[in-house]
Design a protein around this ligand. Structure first.
Ligand code: AMP
Ligand code: MG
Length: 417
């Protein structure tokens, strides 16, 4: 079972910076240990559980990089072009055949280099005379147009590392090694609930004072992108007893419980009280905007995270708290998300000491620079502000103003999940 150690609860009081919060998470979360083998076709996105050392060099044999004529390096024309009889033919997939000194072998891309040859003339650079002999120009270096065995990856090199999230190119590498399966960490199981009497699920009838629950679908989609197995547990009413019972029921069967809504400190915010009746809970106040307190807890040994209900606050706190915890639970090596420098096309004022995220759209300016345009409105309830933008501009704690033309850091949504 995954763990979040108890002393995360020592951090509930003061305001946490984003870096402090991420540091605490990284230090306190223990990854799930179970490993499973998956076929390559389903390995994309999974967390590799063991290093993969090259079981064969890549390429596995020395081969021609071009279509042309292979010769011995000692035969290369030095000053004037030279004529060679063409003996033999080496196509991709055919076993290597020997080439004799003084002769050229017709060769094609990917064919093994005939024994004794080490250089290939590109067919575009040669002439064939009327007897079918080939005339090779002077000036080519020995070893040209050849891909030596192991030049890509030498035998035994650790080419994929435990803890990395597999991408299509990583899966391709495993296939090039002839592997059929990879050992990955099992998916973590995450229980997701929405909370709130104002919510109803799409597909049910909506009373006039109700909203369709949208956060649950956003959170489940983000969790799936992070490789989680998600249990969709619907909507909990704003009522402490049933809420606590539902949370207690799913604890133990999951590695993480995630809720949205009901974690402010208002009379109708029942999540805090509900969790406290079956487990332990603190509110993490983080110095970020948009953002509200995030509830962190443990219920019967299972970590609990309660996100705010406003869709944008829910999204941003997911990125800063849930994402690092999910990755840590999943055994992923932390990889910092580096903001990409872009040019601000907006003015902005903020408090120092707080990190702020501005929803922006990117456009290519006339001078070729990438410019960030701020979404015109700021409300944390505006789903359109996430839908109609490309990502977030991250303004560090120390910044208090942004003027048009300044360089700011951009985080694309695709990099955040
Ligand atoms: P709360 O954090 O419960 O006080 O909710 C804050 C705001 O977010 C309220 O206006 C809620 O209606 C809205 N909200 C809460 N949960 C959801 C949800 N699952 N989907 C969409 N909006 C929500
Ligand atoms: Mg609520």
């Amino acid at each position: 079972m995954a763990q979040l150690s108890d002393d995360c609860f020592a951090f509930g009081g003061p305001m946490l910076s984003v870096d402090e919060a991420v540091g605490i998470i990284a230090a306190k979360v223990t990854a799930v240990q179970e490993i499973e083998s998956v076929p390559l076709v389903t390995a994309d996105g999974r967390i590799l559980a063991r290093d993969v050392a090259a079981p064969l060099p890549l390429p596995p044999f020395t081969n021609s990089a071009v279509d042309g004529y292979a010769v011995h390096g000692s035969d290369l024309p030095r000053e004037n072009e030279k004529m060679f009889p063409v003996k033999g033919r080496a196509a991709a997939g055919s076993a290597a055949q020997a080439g004799k000194p003084g002769e050229a072998v017709r060769i094609f891309t990917g064919a093994p280099m005939p024994e004794g040859t080490d250089t290939v003339f590109m067919q575009e650079d040669v002439r064939l005379d009327s007897n079918g002999d080939v005339v090779l120009p002077a000036g080519l270096k020995a070893g040209a147009n050849v891909r030596p065995a192991g030049e890509d990856i030498p035998l035994g090199h650790v080419a994929l590392k435990a803890g990395q999230r597999l991408r299509p190119q990583d899966v391709a590498l495993a296939a090039a090694f002839g592997l059929t399966e990879l050992d990955v960490v099992r998916r973590i199981r995450v229980a997701v609930f929405s909370t709130g009497d104002e919510l109803t699920s799409p597909g049910t009838s909506r009373a006039s004072a109700q909203l369709f629950d949208s956060n649950r679908f956003m959170l489940m989609a983000m969790l799936r992108r992070l490789g989680c197995a998600v249990s969709d547990l619907g909507i909990l009413r704003d009522e402490r007893g049933p809420l606590a019972a539902a949370l207690k029921r799913v604890a133990g069967e999951h590695d993480l419980i995630l809720t949205t809504g009901g974690v402010s400190t208002g009379e109708e915010d029942h999540v805090k009280a509900g969790v406290e009746s079956v487990g332990r809970l603190v509110l993490w106040r983080m110095a970020i905007k948009p953002g509200r307190p995030v509830a962190m807890g443990i219920i019967k040994g299972t970590p609990f995270i309660g996100l705010p209900g406003n869709p944008v606050a829910s999204f941003v706190t997911f990125v800063h708290v849930v994402r690092p915890i999910v990755l840590a639970l999943s055994g992923a090596t932390p990889v910092p998300i580096l903001p990409m420098p872009v040019r601000a096309a907006f003015t902005y004022r903020k408090k120092s000491g707080r990190r702020e995220y501005v929803r922006v759209t990117l456009r290519l300016a006339a001078d070729g620079a990438l410019e960030a345009l701020k979404f015109p409105r700021e409300g944390a309830g505006l789903l359109s502000s996430l839908v109609d933008t490309d990502g977030l501009v991250e303004l560090p704690e120390s910044v208090t103003t942004v003027e048009p033309g300044e360089t700011v850091g951009f985080l694309g949504y695709a990099n955040l999940m």
